[in-house]
Ligand binder design. Sequence first.
Ligand SMILES: CC(=O)[C@@H](O)[C@H](O)COP(=O)(O)O
Ligand SMILES: NCC(=O)COP(=O)(O)O
Length: 245
Amino acid sequence: MSRILLGVNIDHIATLRQVRGTNYPDPVHAAAVAEHAGADGITIHLREDRRHIIDRDVYLLAKTLKTRMNFECAVTEEMLAIACEVKPTYVCLVPEKREELTTEGGLDVAGQKDKIRAAVERLAAQGILVSLFIDADKAQIDAAKEVGAPYIEIHTGRYAEAHSEAEAAAELERIASMAKYAHGLGITVNAGHGLHYHNVKPIAAIPELYELNIGHAIVARAAIDGLEKAVRDMKQLMLEGRRGE
Ligand SMILES: CC(=O)[C@@H](O)[C@H](O)COP(=O)(O)O
Ligand SMILES: NCC(=O)COP(=O)(O)O
């Protein structure tokens, strides 16, 4: 049985901070906790609108991570320049729409090969391993190969959001067959988006997958699992305050 790795996406630790304009919770701290718990890597998505991860996080994480950074970004001059300066282990190029709640689909590599090839070459020249976040689609995989990307990340959003078991099974089959196809072309295949505690096992069973990137569900689980201690700690401090301690 081959190993499958977990990249923990900490974007939504930063969401909690940004929503109040506080300096906590700190994604840098969260990354250290995730690494201590066994994360194989840390994923962050620096959105153009800086709605969660901000530049400061990227630069600090580059210094503090003990595993490796998977830096997700749109294919823009601003983001490519940051990536080339930070030099994370991985850059995953993703599509981005300003108004979306989260990433809605894969990058159209086939429709903009010259632009993506130039980005891949520019990042690779800095020693960065480039991944393309794409749908489980043969034309997109062929295009990823053509532009020289050594990695792809298959978008699992449609599987995660399936409205029926039959739809989920069909999506799973598509992801599995496209993972096999891409792997056969010599591409290292990751997957992610919308994976959670009840849908991850069938995806993790796909033998060609190297790594899963999971964020929202892990942060949500942490909020519930950590709540009991958080409430106890607050009550204890209130008691100490009342006692004049
Ligand atoms: C590219 C991808 O699937 C995820 O990283 C997703 O884009 C995360 O972005 P949000 O955390 O803003 O939803
Ligand atoms: N690339 C997918 C990712 O990093 C995590 O996505 P999600 O688990 O937050 O949906």
